[in-house]
Design a binder for this molecule. Sequence first.
Ligand SMILES: C[S@@+](CC[C@H](N)C(=O)[O-])C[C@H]1O[C@@H](n2cnc3c(N)ncnc32)[C@H](O)[C@@H]1O
Length: 286
Amino acid sequence: MSGRATQGVHLTGVQETLFIPLYAKALDARRHRPILGDRKADELVRAMPFDIERLTHSGVGPVLVVRARHLDEWVRRFLAVHPSALVLNLGCGLDSRVLRIGPAPGVLWVDLDFPEVIEVRRRFFEERDGYRMLGSSLSAPGWLEGFSPDRPVLVIGDGVFEYLDAGELQTLFRRVTGHFVRGEFVFDIMSSSALARGNASLAHRTGARLRFAVDDLATLDTLDPRLHRVEVVSLLRSPYHPWGLRLLYGLASLSHGLRRVIRLVRADFGTPGSQAQRSGRAGGSP
Ligand SMILES: C[S@@+](CC[C@H](N)C(=O)[O-])C[C@H]1O[C@@H](n2cnc3c(N)ncnc32)[C@H](O)[C@@H]1O
């Protein structure tokens, strides 16, 4: 990777948080038995002309890697059923999910982040047929307008939605469900205690602040009445942790509070199932 590609990479505040999962994935890729095996992340971290480690705090890395791995599986499942889907990977940072998944030719994959982040991203990733990068704030109106409403849409929020406030998230969800006929959201949520701990750690590392917490899953229902929760998984109970951690986290997850520290949510809209079951609200546990 040329030195010129990394010249002037200077992101601050919430944009800088992209280096936290990137570094976690790079460390994972260097392991003998990686969980994600994302070599592009390692390549990017090695190319950055500054110390990324100072942004992260030990212990959180494996959780971020498992989060990405779990979401990857959900993405694969969706694309297996919807080979002509539109994928909106929101707040993509420098994540190389599009390379990890390798979507089929019928899929249109869009990676979106702030224009400053996309400007950096373009130095390391190339657009091609079926792959685009879009520089916009998620809160800006209008970025959805160019997309055909008829394609099934998959919206990915990996470590992103907690940086928005409830009002911004509500607007975002409603814009998506108002624009597309049908689709699915896959994203992570943090509890208020996890948010407080995360903010204490972020305060002296970046200027970013986590804002959206979910303790009671019913909070999600207030975001958008069209959304129907299909699956909710405690990240502590993910099968992708190495067995030692799985045991430890499995024990920790016996505590209701710890179980909901960080969870993954799959929710759909516009399908016959989501209409029929909306009143039943599946995915109520853990
Ligand atoms: C913790 S990073 C996660 C990056 C990536 N999803 C990953 O897993 O590697 C959060 C990302 O969300 C982006 N982000 C946060 N708020 C945003 C907003 N309002 N509009 C666009 N991007 C946003 C940041 O710029 C950053 O790249």
